[in-house]
Design a protein around this ligand. Structure first.
Ligand code: ADP
Ligand code: ADP
Ligand code: ZN
Ligand code: ZN
Length: 843
């Protein structure tokens, strides 16, 4: 194997025909400002080619899609291994996907419960044990000598008809007696059972009295009976002197001897809520009473549907829920936090025989649970639906799964795994990335996090700017070499030559507050919070501490409900006061600005109508009678009809995400020929959509309405983005900044609450600086800014910090500290405080 991946002539997106060498079997960090070309190199070039080669190795069926997969624009890549991307998004939105199924741990749990779980009777709760013939013999021998035993084998239970066939078959097999509806008859002499009624028929295998030396005959008869009775033996027992006998039921298979209830052979499928063999029949295995057609759309509100009363949310049929290991059923294990499940399986006591059977399965389970705990999601449960996880959580769950799979020789490509992680947990994550590498894999990580860059074996710094001003390798080498590189922005921030400064002064707020009392959603412990208005507050805490539950699920939804419009049910709380100080609440998250290529920064920020109007006013357009509508790629008339103005055609890949390929008719231009003939200063409407924000500022900047919108886009760090870049190709961080720009370009009333969830995602130190300027502008205008954040440069620049925790899950959900960053830094039990301290030391 070569010791490096060699890329020659990479030109994808903004890459400047670059050659790059990436050491193999190393942890390599790719960094640089947002838009510099990191993803274009890591994902769109290296990973895309790795995936092409992977598909090439698949079946002929899969290969037919090869030519439709876009070939990265690159001359050659050598030394490439099969590549796997560990991504943040794209979680299965189906309510049938859970952390357990995603990690395959649930498959091992099903196997474990099938092999060593102890079935219990769903009726009486007693343990159901299959009995060996010797055990049945021992049980019968316990009766006094002289007890009369009748050994029976059920051949028909509640069966309708005259049972002629069954009775003839028994006679032919040479048996002498049967019991029909409780009465014993000699075969051939019985009165024919009524055709119209149901009957119970047992074969009489043997009749004997207990005495010394009878064991062999007893065992033989039981054996015959259990075969004839399909593993079930009935024994009528009449002790000497007794008036009435009792009837015992035994089985070599599982059956409740007390209730006679037979138990299905526990197979792994019995524990699958996605199989009719295991699923709760009332809710079909969803655990909730919801309309599955709606749930499949991934509408998060559907996750709030009422719990299924039959299974109580456990998703499984009652037989499955009555198979226990050390007193717990599989749903109990799935409902527990991963940390607790790990403790359970580490300490579980099994019989020596069960331990032998379970050993390997247990090793897999505890190993994988251990990896999940190490990536910092020990507070999640295996039963948690994937659709309710954050992007960062999904990525960490996938990372743990990959490490658990133990593959080697793979090129793993990751996008900002530090997202959603508190600095406290970051180190553990990095240790895990090193472990992935030590297993014999190459690990390529796109990352901005200081610590990640410093622990890398090799750093590649892209830049120098974004978009057309980027696309080159500025510096590469060890972290130290990057720090010493004069031309590297990253090196500048790492070495301290450059820094994000502390604010000159901190805002005290307007004096008014937004007060929330008794917040109890998810893990929140009935907490009270009081947020200062007219200031910027960072909400911090380790992953799972309750930040989203408080800010998004409760505060945002409660305010949105009161300020009108929103229908989503806010998280549980007692009271909210001070909401009437706002006239608007805006949540600016990283979800896409549109799911089709029809949406783009120009349409989303509403600057495109101005551009269309501009084109419609041109003399040539007026002469031809083209109105503004003609310049829309969403309406008939001006657009290319082959792609209906999308510029791309969607291809379903079946086993891969849908791919988009450029439209063959307009070659991606979206418009028909006549429309493209109208030129403004030599450019068509398609050319304008192809301009970056910075280029558009020069080209269109003398139109005030356009200028304002373009400037805000530039100010949020999007100067490099093309106006018409399809929403589907924007990163989460870029989408968030486009939303921010749209909000900023609206006229502010100074009475808006802005809520942002980790806005530093995808941002380099240098970008964070710009983002801070924008957020400060909002707060300076009197608005209130609430930011969920882990990035210490951001936190140190806030006016106030609200620190939640102390831990994730049930050990979190409390307010650990509240105050200015300086005040929080003094709080000993605050993890955030501890990490802030050194950054504020100079002040
Ligand atoms: P980074 O990962 O460093 O933030 P990217 O590689 O995502 O940067 O982007 C580099 C440049 O390529 C940017 O100007 C971006 O807008 C552009 N770009 C990214 N994806 C696409 C795409 N699918 N089509 C066209 N341009 C793209
Ligand atoms: P943070 O935003 O600080 O990472 P969250 O508010 O997302 O924390 O989570 C707090 C707790 O609530 C965690 O134990 C998490 O597992 C739980 N939780 C969050 N969302 C859901 C949900 N949709 N269903 C069940 N539990 C949830
Ligand atoms: Zn149910
Ligand atoms: Zn077209």
């Amino acid at each position: 194997m070569p010791d490096k991946i060699v890329i020659r002539g990479a030109r994808q997106h903004n890459l400047k025909n670059i050659d790059v060498e990436i050491p193999r079997d190393r942890l390599v960090v790719l960094t640089g400002v947002s838009g510099s070309g990191k993803s274009s190199l890591a994902f769109n070039t290296i990973y895309a080619e790795g995936q092409r080669r992977y598909v090439e190795s698949l079946s002929a069926y899969a290969r037919q899609f090869l030519e439709q997969m876009e070939r990265p624009d690159v001359d050659a890549i050598e030394g490439l291994s099969p590549a796997i991307a560990i991504e943040q998004g794209g979680a299965n939105r189906s309510p049938r996907s859970t952390v357990g199924t995603l990690t395959e741990i649930y498959d091992y749990l099903r196997l474990l419960f099938a092999r060593v779980g102890k079935p219990h009777c769903p009726e009486c709760g007693g343990e159901i044990a299959a009995q060996a013939i010797e055990e049945i013999v021992d049980r019968l021998r316990a009766f006094p000598a002289g007890t009369r035993l009748t050994i029976l084998a059920p051949v028909a239970v509640n069966k309708k008809g005259d049972l002629r066939e069954e009775l003839d078959a028994l006679a032919t097999a040479g048996f002498a007696r049967v019991r029909i509806d409780g009465e014993i008859h000699v075969l051939g002499e019985e009165t024919a059972p009524k055709k119209s009624a149901v009957h119970g028929v047992e074969l009489v295998v043997d009749r004997l009295a207990l005495r010394e030396g009878i064991e062999k005959r007893l065992a033989d008869s039981l054996e015959i009976a259990s075969r004839a009775g399909r593993e079930i033996v009935q024994v009528e027992v009449l002790p000497p002197g007794a008036e009435k006998g009792e009837e015992l039921v035994f089985s070599r298979k599982s059956l409740c001897v007390r209730c006679g209830v037979s138990f299905p052979e526990p197979t792994p499928r019995l524990f699958s809520f996605n199989s009719p063999e295991g699923a709760c029949p009332d809710c079909g295995g969803l655990g909730r009473r919801l309309d599955e057609s709606k749930a499949a759309d991934g509408d998060a509100d559907e996750m709030d549907a009422p719990v299924c009363p039959a299974c109580n949310g456990a998703r499984l049929k009652k037989e499955a829920l009555h198979v226990l290991i050390a007193g717990k059923n599989i749903a109990d294990v799935a409902a527990a936090p991963i940390g607790a499940a790990l403790d359970f399986f580490t300490a579980v006591e099994l019989s020596p025989r069960d331990r032998q059977i379970a050993e390997r399965i247990l090793t897999e389970i505890t190993g994988r649970l251990g990896f999940l705990a190490e990536v910092g999601v020990d507070y999640l449960s295996l039963g948690r639906p994937s659709a309710t996880l954050s992007g960062g959580e999904i990525q960490r769950v996938r990372l743990a799964t990959e490490i658990g799979s133990g593959l080697t020789g793979i090129l793993y490509v990751l996008d900002e795994p530090s997202i959603g992680l508190h600095p406290r947990d970051n180190r553990r994550l990095l240790a895990l990335l090193r472990r992935l590498k030590d297993l014999g894999n190459s690990v390529l990580v796109v990352e901005h996090d200081r610590e990640a860059i410093l622990t890398a074996d090799h750093v590649i710094d892209m830049g120098p700017g974004a978009g057309v001003a980027g696309g080159a390798v500025v510096a590469q080498g060890t972290p130290r070499e990057i720090m010493e590189s004069e031309g590297s922005l990253t090196g500048g921030y790492l070495s301290g030559r450059l820094e994000i400064p502390l604010p000159e002064r901190r805002r005290r707020g307007s004096g008014k507050t937004l007060a929330l009392r008794g917040a109890r959603e998810h893990n929140l412990k009935g907490i009270d919070v009081e947020l200062p208005l007219g200031a910027m507050t960072c909400v911090t805490g380790v992953s799972g501490s309750g930040k989203s539950s408080l800010v998004i699920d409760t505060l945002y939804k409660a305010l949105a409900a009161r300020l009108g419009g929103a229908k989503a049910r806010p998280g549980a709380h007692d009271k909210i006061a001070g909401w009437d100080n706002f006239d608007n609440v805006v949540s600016i998250d990283q979800s896409p600005i549109g799911r089709t290529p029809r949406s783009n920064p120009a349409t989303y920020t509403e600057l495109f109508p101005h551009v269309r109007e501009l084109f419609a006013q041109l003399p040539e357009a007026r002469m031809r009678g083209f109105g503004a509508g003609r310049f829309s790629f969403n309406a008939r008339g001006g657009r290319c009809e082959a792609c209906q103005g999308e510029g791309v055609v969607r291809i379903e890949m079946h086993f891969l995400p849908d791919a988009f390929v450029p439209c063959a008719v307009c070659r991606g231009r979206r418009y028909n020929r006549e429309t493209l003939e109208i030129l403004y200063k030599g450019r068509s409407i398609a050319d304008v959509l192809d301009l970056t924000v910075n280029e558009a500022l020069e080209f269109l900047g003398n139109f005030p309405a356009l200028r304002r919108k373009l400037e805000t886009l530039r100010d949020v760090g999007m100067g490099y983005v093309r106006l018409g870049q399809p929403a589907t190709t924007l990163s989460g961080g870029e989408a968030q900044r486009v939303k921010l720009a749209r909000e900023l370009s609206k006229r502010s009333t100074g009475r808006t609450l802005y809520i942002l969830d980790e806005p530093t995602t995808g941002l380099h130190f240098d970008d964070i600086k710009k983002l801070l300027d924008v957020l400060n502008r909002l707060a300076d205008a009197g608005n209130t800014v609430l930011v969920i954040e882990h990035n210490l440069d951001m936190i140190k620049a806030a006016d106030f910090v609200l620190d939640l925790g102390p831990e994730g899950g049930s050990a979190g959900g409390e307010v650990v500290a509240f105050g200015t960053p300086e005040e929080v830094a003094l709080v000993e039990k605050s993890y955030t405080g501890r990490y802030l301290r050194p950054l504020l030391a100079g002040k």
